[in-house]
Design a protein around this ligand. Structure first.
Ligand SMILES: [Zn+2]
Length: 482
């Protein structure tokens, strides 16, 4: 009698990369014995020295775990398929831990709702305790991710961030409270997470993630959770995960829409398989420009936390090769099939990206350090200079290119509103003989508006550097910021 054994990715090197192997035997134990006879190298991965199946190797007959049948004595019928499922702490195959930590009496009490589930149990909870997860960003997505992973007993939760808590974060970033405004996000997060679960080790990395430090930062962790809000960091996280062979629980949010997937898993696609190139800078607005509904990161972040826990436990079907799209207004989830692109520059068969690159340059973004005052040129005007010109009575036409709801929050006295998206139809309303200063929230959209107007033949166009936020800082602190 011949049966099939499915070999998982981490064990394939020991079967000469075969993923399906034909074996003979009447019980699961006999089939596995035949398997290890055929592939000598597999034996020490499946069995301890005294001949017991290793605790991190689960064997399934069809859909059933043999631990809940007759273990290795479980009889096999013709056509049955045997699957070997090693616990893959992080899914990378190299991170299989033989020694799982034990649980204290307190932990057994704390995690009792996990321990009574067959899919988790004591062994699963010990896997969680052994696992190390790094969360990129302690903001909207990072908050639910870090809080749920900490509560669930993931042994080590790392956080990377360099920001301080701003008043405008509190509408969605539940790691931080009102009294934390002005504090480092990581200090605030540490206090919150340690209060939630003192059994968990919280590791904070107060740094700007870069090509120089990403590989070293990621290396000790099993799963990376991408909670970033910008394209250079997103590509950096993706590439570092692929290079290190670590799964990336990805999420992104904008207004009422969210996305989630798991990239960088063995045989799974990566972010670059989906989006080989970033959008041109400024085309896709950030949450700071476009807004985000406060509940949305809670939904997407908890999906990322759930996927992370599934990866650690090795249960269920991860979002590998599946791109989940969430539309909160319609309350609909859609799922797209994602394929690994053999021509992908990072994870394809002939990768051209073999080390981390300059991601600001790749995404066409000028790093913040290079946009200091020294870099200002004739096409820019500062808040102070604009104020002096207005005070001296010079005729300057201020064109605000934000959205009407932003204009309701604050504005420069006497400015005219034409949202950037309408400028293509409405620039005829402007008088080309006037000096025009374009203005938005922080200066990005208005720079695009200024470029557009120059292309249309407007000669005297300047962009207000730093937008209305800078204007409020330097000229008119009476207005609210957002
Ligand atoms: Zn790829």
């Amino acid at each position: 009698m011949s049966n099939r054994v499915l070999i998982p990715t981490p064990l394939r090197p020991f079967t000469g990369k075969q993923d399906v192997v034909q074996v003979q035997g009447a019980t699961v134990g006999e089939l596995l014995a035949d398997l290890t006879r055929q592939f000598d190298g597999l034996k020490k991965h499946l069995y301890t020295e005294d001949g017991r199946l290793r605790s991190f190797v689960n064997v399934y007959i069809n859909d059933e775990d043999i631990r809940y049948l007759q273990k290795e004595q479980t009889p096999v019928q013709p056509g049955d398929t045997i699957s070997i499922i090693p616990s893959v702490a992080g899914g990378a195959g190299t991170a299989v831990r033989e020694e799982l930590p034990s649980l204290s009496a307190n932990e057994i009490k704390r995690y009792s709702r996990h321990l009574i589930m067959p899919e988790v149990g004591v062994d699963g909870q010990r896997k969680l305790k052994a696992a190390k997860v790094l969360c990129i960003g302690a903001g909207g997505l990072g908050s639910p991710v870090a809080m749920y992973l900490t509560a669930a007993g993931v042994g080590t939760v790392g956080l990377v961030d360099f920001d301080v808590v701003d008043f405008s974060n509190l509408q969605r970033q539940l790691l931080h409270g009102t009294s934390d405004v002005g504090r480092s996000k990581l200090q605030s997060a540490r206090d919150r997470l340690e209060a939630l679960n003192p059994e968990v080790r919280i590791e904070t990395h107060e740094t700007l993630l870069s090509s120089e430090n990403a590989l070293d930062l990621f290396a000790p962790y099993d799963v990376i959770v991408d909670g970033t809000d910008n394209f250079p960091t997103r590509y950096l996280v993706n590439d570092a995960c692929v290079l290190l062979g670590k799964p990336n629980a990805y999420g992104s949010i904008f207004r009422f829409e969210g996305q989630a997937s798991v990239f960088g898993a063995p045989d799974g696609p990566c972010y670059r398989c989906l989006y080989p190139e970033p959008p041109p800078p400024g085309l896709v607005p950030s949450c700071a420009e476009g807004g985000v509904l406060g509940v949305l990161p809670g939904i997407i972040g908890t999906i990322q936390a759930m996927e992370t826990i599934k990866l650690i436990l090795g249960v269920g079907e991860p979002l590998v090769g599946r791109f989940l799209i969430f539309d909160a207004l319609r309350m609909k989830f859609r799922e797209l099939k994602l394929r690994k692109d053999p021509d992908c520059p990072v994870c394809g068969t002939h990768p051209t990206v073999r080390e981390l690159i300059d991601y600001d340059q790749f995404c066409g973004v000028v790093p913040a350090a290079e946009t200091g005052d020294a870099a200002a040129d004739d096409s820019d005007i500062t808040s102070v200079e604009l104020n002096e010109r207005l005070q001296s009575g010079e005729p300057v036409f201020i064109l605000d290119v934000r959205e009407p709801q932003e204009y309701q929050i604050n504005r420069i006295q006497g400015s005219t509103l034409i949202p950037l998206g309408e400028l293509g139809q409405r620039y005829g309303e402007l008088d080309p003989s006037l000096e025009i200063v374009t203005q938005c929230k922080s200066g990005m959209r208005s720079a695009k508006a200024a470029d557009f107007l120059r292309q249309k033949g407007f000669r005297r166009v300047r962009n207000l550097k730093g937008g209305i936020l800078d204007w409020i800082d330097k000229v008119d602190p009476s207005q609210p910021k957002y």
